[in-house]
Structure formats: C-alpha cells, structure tokens
Design a protein around this ligand. Structure first.
Ligand code: SAM
Length: 240
C-alpha cells in the first residue's frame, strides 16, 4: 500500500499509510518536534564538541519522512568548526519510499530542500568531511547489527498497536546490551507506564523528556555510563 501525504491537525504536511491508524507527526511542526523531542534532549551539540576523534554515532530509528534527521543535520551545520566531531548518522526504515516522496515535495516538506536529502534518497548513503549518513533499508531488528553502537538513539517507531516488538522489554534489553561500551541516551515520544517499565526491565534508567504538542512529557532512557557523564536528567521511578 503506497504512503499518502496528509495534513496533520496543526496544518503541517505529513505522511500516512492508509492501512494504519496512525500518521507520522500527527500534531505540530515535524521539524520542531525533531528539535524539541530528540536533538536537544540528547545534547547533540554538546556531544559533537567532546574532545573525541571518533565520530558521534546517532541511530535514527524510523527515518519516516526525515523530520528528525533534518532537525539533527541543522545542528551539525551550526556546530561545524575545526575540532568538532564528525556525525555518523544511521537511519533505519522498512518503507523508504516515504522519505523519497517527502524529498520530492519540497513545497510541502521545506526542511528537506538541502541537496544532501536528495542524494541520500537516491543511494541511501552520503559522506563528506562533517557527516556520514547511511540508511539501512529493511527491518530494524535485522539491520541493527550493520551499524556501530550509538551514543544517541532517536527512537521513533509507530506506537505499540502497530509496532509491538519495538516497545518490548526484550528489545530494550537488546539495545541496552549493544550500547554497553558507550554513554548512551535513547529519546522517544512515548510516555506510557508500560513502555517505561519495559525500558527499566531492559536495564535502562528512565528519565522524563520534554513535552510537545498534547504530550506533557516524553521519555529518555539512559545507561549507566551516560548517567555518570551527565547530571542533567530528571529521573522518573517506574510506577508498578
Ligand atoms: C513515526 S514514523 C517515523 C517518523 C520519522 N522519525 C520522521 O522524523 O519523520 C515511524 C517509521 O518507522 C518505520 N518502521 C515501522 N516498522 C519498522 C521496522 N520494523 N523497521 C524499520 N522501520 C520501521 C515506518 O515505516 C515509519 O516510517
């Protein structure tokens, strides 16, 4: 079933798959959502400036129409200077035609006008001195072994009703183990008690993320290395 363009309840263009009950970014400006819920809470600018010669690896889980990736790349452009780390962006998507469709409509998706988006939508790879970007096309859980362990995870699959595996304890534990040698934060729009409990059972420490649209809070999951690195988190005890 092809993806359809649609206007969300705030008047911004988005994409939806007609058989699903959900659309991407149902409320608000998708690019602003990327900045507010993913880029800023994960301290991407601060991480790019760490005195580290290794690239900053970011996983963009569910590339969708590329709004979170575009928000991230806008920060990389602002930060770029000698000594700043290179960004290694790894996006995952099993329906990549959505991104192609959005890139082909810059009037509706104005944050995708940079030539980088067009290049990536053709070949799924890009590389220059400040950015490498690879889109892993296929199922996330089959593709994740092809990417290096991340310091930042933008976790933006559909909700549990559509994408149940993504929200399971087993999946959060798998991600936790992959990140064991890194100081990692995972940001997601979800704030359900069951999601936070699955994260905690999977090994993560769970913190409150910023609100956006009609959500008064979202969720950040942090491993022990990241907890020691930063005191910025506001912890939430999972309710039982
Ligand atoms: C909420 S949308 C992501 C929106 C996106 N982050 C953006 O900024 O535009 C969720 C995305 O996850 C993708 N997805 C769903 N199941 C997947 C799977 N098993 N593997 C990879 N991608 C998947 C969907 O096709 C959809 O594009």
């Amino acid at each position: 079933m092809p993806l359809e363009m649609a206007i969300n309840s705030s008047g911004f263009w988005t994409l939806r798959e007609p058989t699903l009950r959900e659309q991407m970014h149902p409320l608000g400006n998708p690019f602003q959502e990327g900045l507010c819920l993913y880029v800023r809470p994960c301290a991407v600018e601060e991480r790019l400036c760490f005195p580290d010669t290794a690239p900053l690896v970011v996983w963009d889980v569910g590339l969708g129409m590329g709004a979170n990736a575009a928000a991230l790349l806008s920060k990389v452009r602002e930060c770029f200077a000698p000594g700043v780390r290179k960004l290694a962006l790894h996006s995952f998507e099993n329906a990549p035609e959505g991104f192609r469709c959005a890139v082909d409509h810059p009037d509706r998706f104005p944050y995708l006008t940079d030539a980088i988006f067009s290049a990536v939508s053709k070949s799924w790879v890009y590389d220059d001195e400040k950015l490498s970007w690879r889109v892993h096309v296929g199922d996330f859980f089959e593709q994740l072994a092809n990417a290096p362990a991340p310091e930042v995870i933008f976790y933006d699959p559909f909700s549990r009703g559509v994408n149940p595996l993504f929200w399971s304890e087993e999946s959060f534990r798998r991600l936790f183990e992959i990140c064991s040698s890194k100081a990692t934060v995972l940001a997601t729009y979800a704030n359900a008690r069951t999601v936070r409990q699955a994260m905690a059972n999977g090994g993560w420490q769970v913190a409150v993320g910023p609100g956006f649209g009609n959500r008064n809070q979202t969720t950040l999951a942090v491993n022990e290395n990241e907890r020691r690195r930063s005191s910025q988190y506001s912890w939430c005890a999972p309710k039982t």
